[in-house]
Ligand binder design. Sequence first.
Ligand code: 4AD
Ligand code: MG
Length: 460
Amino acid sequence: MKRIRILNLLRSDKPIDNVTTMGWIRTRRDSKGFSFLEINDGSSLKNLQVVADSSLVNYEEITRLSTGSAVSVTGSLIESPGKGQTWELKADSLEILGLAPDTFPLQKKRHTDEFLRTIAHLRPRTNKYGAVFRMRSELSFAIHKFFKDRDFQYIHTPVLTASDCEGAGELFKVTTLDLDNIPKKDGKTDFSLDFFGAATNLTVSGQLSAEMFALALGDVYTFGPTFRAENSNTSRHVAEFWMVEPEMAFSDLNDAMDLSEEFLKYLTGYVIDECGADLELFAKYVNKNLMTTLDSLISSGFTRLSYKEAVEILSKSGQNFEFEVAFGKDLQSEHERFLTERYFQHPVIIYDYPKNIKPFYMRINDDNKTVAAMDVLVPNIGEIIGGSQREERLDILEARMDETGLSKKDYWWYIESRRYGSVYHSGFGLGFERFLMFLTGVTNIRDVIPFPRSPNSISF
Ligand code: 4AD
Ligand code: MG
């Protein structure tokens, strides 16, 4: 049957006769001769009030309906005489599609995020998680729109790969070998007998593939799932997350920094314009300072400073950090958050990191100590974007691969891109979930992804 979504009914500018809508009951209350049902179909945060009166043939049954039950209602959309809503649906008939007994775990009281994680299959039916996942959808669309408006091509980079882009070895292996009877050669697993005839894993980043396409189509981006077997059980890491990775030919580190700033500002503005009702919920119940933080991202210029300058500021800060700050050591989340939340109080971009803490593909600077890397840090999160100008010089790239122990044989195709018409190019990766955390104020990454994957957790 043709149904009209609740969102569209609530947006109506006139009464409508004989309209059908469907949804799940959030609450029901009865008064003499009437039953009032608040129903929600996920299209908006707001519920629709349905008024069922005792003339309905199944009225008795309706007065026993409990939270979570699914119904289809046909009737008239009329101006609501009651307070709290503009429209209500006066039911001419109400069909019960699916009953929910009172064991339904989402009763009216507020539940903790920890509890809701244990019922991740039902949590999108709550106000907060409905809002998170509508926002996730809007944000995905905005990402494509941003790039489309700027003539970037969308590339589908592979999920199955033989390479380790970041070189950190945090790979999930993919195999069809019999794990109880692994074929060996010289004491090691013989991957020549595996499905692809080579050791295979899930991708940690689409970048290397995206580079090949930037060096053909100019400006490109990938947006897809990436996988990291990092054993860090933090509120900012998951084993499966989505990354947006633009890659631009004929571009240097500054171009990448410019794009990252324009990108984050555009997306934040988009969400403020398009997700008003859902944002209001986050600003009211999740983070009271949310709108100030979002406005500040849009209005402030991102401070750009070198890694060396960042280390100096941190060393002189007088803060008692858990991890030591010293040139050559990676910045930890506590350092990043000090810089963006307390010292500058707006987003910052740190560039020119020591080469020993960064992957092989980043362009070596003239000092031969640092690389043309950049990280964007934002308040409440820390690192949200990592990017760089790529090493386009064949001899230097090869030397760097030797130095970092990467097989030139396995990456022959990547090396060839530097042999034939190599040009300077740059790009970055935005952690999609981390940015959603920033936009919603949600403090645990597991709560902005439909079914989170983390160490010892693969349910749903
Ligand atoms: O800094 P990363 O490792 O950069 C890359 O992968 C580059 N190849 C990107 C590029 O230049 N095309 O990761 C990029 C971002 C991080 O800044 C962070 O926001 C997010 O991905 N990220 C994670 N998000 C959730 N869970 C994890 N385990 C993450 N690891 C990285
Ligand atoms: Mg990084």
